[in-house]
Design a protein around this ligand. Structure first.
Ligand SMILES: O=P(O)(O)OC[C@H]1O[C@@H](O)[C@H](O)[C@@H](O)[C@@H]1O
Length: 314
């Protein structure tokens, strides 16, 4: 007998595309992409972000063609992490530490991913961001530098890929019983077409420590590069910073708890002394705008310090 009221079929909701995350077979890299095409790639050695591409495939980060990606040396390019010291070992707290610390030369652990809630709007292209977490603790260091034998720490580094932006943030915990001091920087190599067309704004009229000429200087206009530049600025995190090329905005920076900014380009002579920087005119293809904390932070036992940056690719 025909039923007058047949139960109607339960509609199957269309499959909403989600971000894809994959780990390389040799467990050396984690790659994530959004359904809209943006992607990010992180090398576990140093938790170094190696690539960040827009939906159209444009690469936002510079990596040297001679960069060591096998764990034998810090990566020349991408976003290496500077911790717990910036520059060479210079005082008791940094005794025995390599230039820019050990975070960029230690293999980190991939802790997992999370993504933002899927949109239910019609024509949505799925989740709009994916966060990858990486961890480093003192127990993972191959060789613990002398002073650091007394300290214990746990760091979570989060890399969040959005539709037009990338967030990289650090949570550094002192898990031991002794206070320690640290500096940290997101030593980012931003890809540009030609350094001669680049300007960095937001740092005008702010005095900087000049690592090339020495002393303290100040400039009235946006920074342009026509010789070696190596400067450390202390500037309130609420101050926006931008990189432009041919006067067109290219990258926009938002900083959280990161009061220092290093601007670096080695130019011609210094490039020639760097065996892992290639091709020969590589200095034309990047500018390092590194946000962080160059002033020493004291992290008391049990405390956590957090800071990060969000970069919008324009
Ligand atoms: O060659 P490294 O150790 O990666 O350092 C590169 C540059 O890093 C910058 O952050 C420093 O301000 C420069 O002085 C330094 O030369």
């Amino acid at each position: 007998m025909e039923r007058s009221k047949k139960p109607s079929a339960i509609p199957v909701s269309p499959t909403i595309p989600t971000p894809q995350v994959s780990i390389s077979d040799d467990n050396s890299r984690v790659t994530a992409s959004l359904p809209t095409g943006e992607s990010v790639e992180v090398l576990l050695f140093g938790a170094t972000v190696l690539s960040w591409k827009t939906a159209k495939g444009k690469e936002n980060l510079f990596v040297s063609s001679k960069a060591h990606l096998d764990g034998s040396k810090a990566v020349r390019g991408g976003i290496p992490l500077v911790f717990p010291n910036f520059g060479p070992s210079s005082n008791k707290a940094t005794e025995g530490l390599p230039q820019h610390g050990f975070a960029r030369t230690t293999k980190w652990e991939y802790l997992g991913k999370s993504s933002s809630e899927s949109s239910t709007l019609p024509n949505s292209s799925g989740d709009s961001s994916v966060k990858l977490d990486f961890g480093l603790s003192n127990t993972m260091l191959d060789k613990i530098p002398s002073e650091w034998k007394n300290y214990q720490f746990g760091i979570t580094y989060s890399v969040t890929l959005g539709r037009d932006d990338l967030e990289t943030s650090l949570a550094i915990r002192n898990t031991g019983e002794k206070d320690f001091e640290f500096q940290t920087l997101l030593h980012s190599y931003w890809a540009v077409d030609n350094i001669s067309d680049v300007s960095v704004s937001g740092l005008e009229k702010i005095s900087f420590a000049d690592k090339v000429g020495g002393g303290k200087e100040e400039e009235s206009g946006a920074i342009t590069v026509s010789s070696e530049v190596d400067r450390v600025y202390h500037v309130d995190p609420s101050q926006g910073i931008a990189i432009s090329e041919k006067d067109k905005p290219r990258f926009d920076f938002t900083r959280d708890m990161l009061p220092d900014v290093v601007v670096w380009n080695p130019w011609i002579e210094k490039s020639r002394t760097m065996s892992d920087l290639a091709p020969e005119d590589a200095y034309k293809r990047f500018i390092c705008v590194e946000t962080g904390s160059v002033n020493w932070n004291t992290l008391e036992a049990g405390d956590t310090w957090e800071g990060g940056q969000r970069i919008k690719a324009l």
